[in-house]
Design a protein. Structure first.
Length: 114
């Protein structure tokens, strides 16, 4: 199993980024997928979750209306579209597999700063 995140970077407040998580080594369409984030000195927190067929999504209150999780089961990839970014969104963003989060990627850094 491998999860590889990409798309992070430095962005100004109000800007946008799209994160990608490319999955391999398992039947991607059979699993829920999630995005988490961890800021320095803080615990890792759930940002968004999507069911295996994309029919249901859940978001942290702090990102509702700004972030959108999606997936392409043909490309074995889950995405996180982030808009209207705020400095408090600065964190290392991870994707994870399944409802039990049994595998994690290495993370991609998102920094929101002017």
């Amino acid at each position: 199993v491998q999860l590889v995140e990409s798309g992070g970077g430095l962005v100004q407040p109000g800007g946008s980024l799209r994160l990608s998580c490319a999955a391999s080594g398992f039947i991607f369409k059979s699993y829920y997928m999630s995005w988490y984030r961890q800021a320095p000195g803080k615990e890792r927190e759930l940002v968004a979750l999507i069911t295996n067929n994309g029919g249901s999504r859940r978001y942290a209150d702090s990102v509702k209306g700004r972030f959108t999780i999606s997936r392409d089961n043909d490309k074995n990839t889950v995405y996180l579209q982030m808009s209207n970014l705020k400095p408090e969104d600065t964190a290392l963003y991870y994707c994870s597999r399944g409802a039990n989060n049994d595998y994690w990627g290495q993370g991609t850094q998102v920094t929101v700063s002017s």
